[in-house]
Ligand binder design. Structure first.
Ligand code: GLA
Length: 368
């Protein structure tokens, strides 16, 4: 008896006690891929528990930061692929569907990209040349190793107009088409995606659909739309999310829920920038520094349960659901848009243990 208890305890320490339990990627295998954004520590194993969770639970990965322009080409023509290489190797070692993120975006892109040698604005020709060189270098390095690319990220404003970025200002509206054309030439075997947030808002969604249709009408390949899921306990509503999935599915595009996390903290986006920058003075913006109350944990569990029921009902349209991170402790939401908050958005807690929301998500698939 004593020996048996010791054996079980040893298995638990080694993390083996869980090894016979079904995992997220297993219970969802007939419906859609389960992915996560991973940082360097997860990919390299420096964060060993999170590394193991990713291997056990996920069959797709997206790089949290290491493939963004500022990381792979911080200075003109100077490429640094060390971390991106490690990320891709991690995905290959574990047979995961690898998503490259992201080629063209207005954020985390160095200023020099949009400037000429004298720090004036780059010309259209110069910026197009840079766009193509960057896409060639990055996608070309991983040709046939990366299965899909977020070609363009967040190009639409909340009202549905094109976002006023240097890409738009300097190149003009066809920068979108150019980005997809360059990506197709450089990575002919990869799927090509448009990725954005708040597409549950009808006016923003109309803008995205307009741009996607333009690409389709021009015969430019686009395979899927990534619907970022940086959501909250109560909003957007399930109806809003459902309408979004259905509208994009009607275009005959694959739909992905990307960047899923559920913040349980007060919504500072609805407040002024002043408030956002004054977290130390506003304890009410960080109500749960010492732990998540049971009532909020229950709401989070129910939210995840309802979302995955909805995703399962639409599994024929949904190809992948990707969480933005592995566990609460390393979520970007602890630092953004205000520094130093304590959020609880994911399925694994700060101790890397499964939360009740994890069990709910597993059960929803088992009962489907
Ligand atoms: C956006 C980007 C991601 C990431 C998240 C938050 O949604 O697409 O790359 O930066 O914000 O971390």
């Amino acid at each position: 008896m004593k020996k048996c208890i010791l054996f079980v305890a040893a298995l638990a320490v080694l993390g083996c006690a869980d090894s016979d339990k079904p995992t997220l990627k297993q219970v969802y295998q007939d419906y859609f891929k389960i992915g996560a954004a991973v940082n360097y520590s997860v990919a390299s194993g420096k964060d060993p528990d999170a590394h193991l969770i990713a291997i056990r639970e996920m069959n797709s990965i997206t790089p949290e930061n290491c493939m963004k322009w500022e990381h792979v080409q911080p200075n003109p023509g100077e490429f640094t692929f060390e971390r991106a290489d490690r990320f891709v190797k991690f995905g290959e070692e574990h047979n995961m569907f690898i998503v490259g993120h992201t080629l063209i975006w207005h954020s985390q892109t160095p200023e020099w990209v949009f400037q000429d040698d004298n720090e004036g604005a780059a010309t259209r020709d110069l910026l197009l040349k840079r766009m193509q060189e960057h896409i060639n270098a990055v996608t070309g390095r991983y040709a046939e190793r990366i299965q899909a690319w977020d070609v363009l990220n967040e190009a639409i404003e909340e009202d549905g107009s094109l976002r006023q970025t240097p890409w738009l200002r300097i190149i003009g509206e066809d920068y979108i088409q150019k980005a997809f054309e360059f990506a197709k030439q450089a990575a002919p075997y990869a799927e090509l995606y448009y990725n954005d947030y708040n597409l549950w808002k009808p006016e923003k969604r109309r803008g995205a659909i307009r741009e996607i249709k333009k690409l389709m009408d021009a015969g430019v390949r686009i395979d899927a739309v990534g619907l970022q899921g940086h959501w909250r306990l109560g909003d957007p509503t399930l109806e809003q999310i459902q309408a979004m999935i259905e509208d994009f599915a009607k275009l005959d595009l694959k739909v992905m829920i990307t960047e899923l996390d559920i913040s349980v903290l007060p919504n500072v986006w609805a407040m002024s920038a002043d408030v956002r920058n004054s977290i130390e003075k506003r304890d009410d913006l960080n109500p749960f520094p010492g732990g998540i109350p049971d009532s909020v944990q229950t709401q989070l569990t129910e939210r995840y349960q309802a979302l995955f029921r909805l995703f399962l009902d639409h599994h024929q349209s949904i190809d992948r659901v990707t969480f933005w991170g592995i566990y609460d402790g390393t979520s970007w939401l602890n630092h953004y848009p205000v520094r130093g908050r304590t959020d609880y958005p994911l399925l694994f807690n700060r101790e890397l243990q499964k939360k009740p929301a994890y069990d709910a998500v597993i059960q929803v698939a088992q009962q489907h």
